[in-house]
Design a protein around this ligand. Structure first.
Ligand SMILES: O=C(O)CCC(=O)C(=O)O
Ligand SMILES: [Fe+2]
Length: 250
């Protein structure tokens, strides 16, 4: 993991920072590849190619096949959301998310032992509370370890306990803007209190890198007629977040 690979590749335990605190996980991070100069200065920090393990040639093939399935599934879910928001099913195609940016992480959370707790002097936070940055996240988590928590409307943290054969679907920041607040991004965090190493694979379906995200007309109509959010270019939002997570590389 380094700034020169556009923050792609392997990160050691504690390298990812959320709200100023190191997260207790290790991960392989991949993003849609961005050729130099493709989106001008705003994409420069995220330019780069993914890094694959040399000794596992099938890894890249399987990974890319999985990404294609995740993109197809995300598009189907977004068609439903678009209809619910009073728009055409293709609202998120074309210049909004027809050429979606994406990210995917393969994350490992260490097993929880008393010794580790003392050594790390941490409170067991595998990933600090945050919302995801884009449209939708599809989390594929280990079937038998409850570690992901989401905060409900009453402010309580509840377990998003795994249901075999399903994904947890989180709403991202950009869907809040496009829906003028009708969709609330899911605040979530990870605490692996189990005595076993946990693996989860979140896939992030994002807008086009250069999409200008602003409340949709149909959503403004449903929420009192005025825009509650300023327009934001998705790539700027993402670059700000990623640089913050890896502040030590600045
Ligand atoms: O490990 C999980 O279940 C979720 C990870 C997560 O929230 C993230 O990487 O954004
Ligand atoms: Fe997340």
């Amino acid at each position: 993991m380094s700034a020169s690979s556009g923050y792609r590749g392997y990160q050691v335990m504690g390298e990812n920072i959320t709200q100023g605190k190191p997260d207790m996980h290790e991960a392989i991070d991949a993003y849609k590849e961005v050729e130099p100069g493709r989106y001008g200065d705003r994409a420069a920090p995220l330019e780069g190619s993914n890094l694959w393990p040399n000794h596992l040639p099938s890894f890249k093939v399987l990974f890319e096949e999985y990404i294609d399935h995740m993109k197809d599934l995300s598009r189907i879910i977004l068609k439903g959301i678009a209809l619910a928001l009073g728009g055409s099913p293709n609202t998120f195609e074309g210049e909004r998310a027809g050429d979606p940016f994406w990210g995917m992480r393969i994350i490992g959370y260490p097993e929880c032992t008393d010794i580790r707790r003392i050594e790390m002097q941490d409170d067991g936070i595998g990933c600090g509370a945050h919302t995801d940055y884009g449209l939708l996240t599809l989390v594929n988590q280990d079937d038998d370890i409850a570690a992901l928590q989401v905060r409900n409307r009453s402010g309580q943290w509840i377990w998003a306990a795994p249901i075999p054969g399903t994904f947890v679907c989180n709403i991202g920041d950009m869907l809040k803007v496009w829906s003028n607040g009708l969709y609330e991004p899911t605040l979530h965090r990870v605490i692996n209190n189990s005595p076993r190493y946990r693996i989860s694979i979140p896939f992030f379906f994002e807008p086009n890198f250069d999409a200008v995200v602003e409340p949709l007309d149909s959503c403004k109509e449903m929420t009192g007629g005025t825009a509650k959010f300023e327009p934001v270019v998705y790539g700027d939002h993402l670059a700000g977040k990623v640089l913050n997570n890896f502040a030590k590389y600045d």
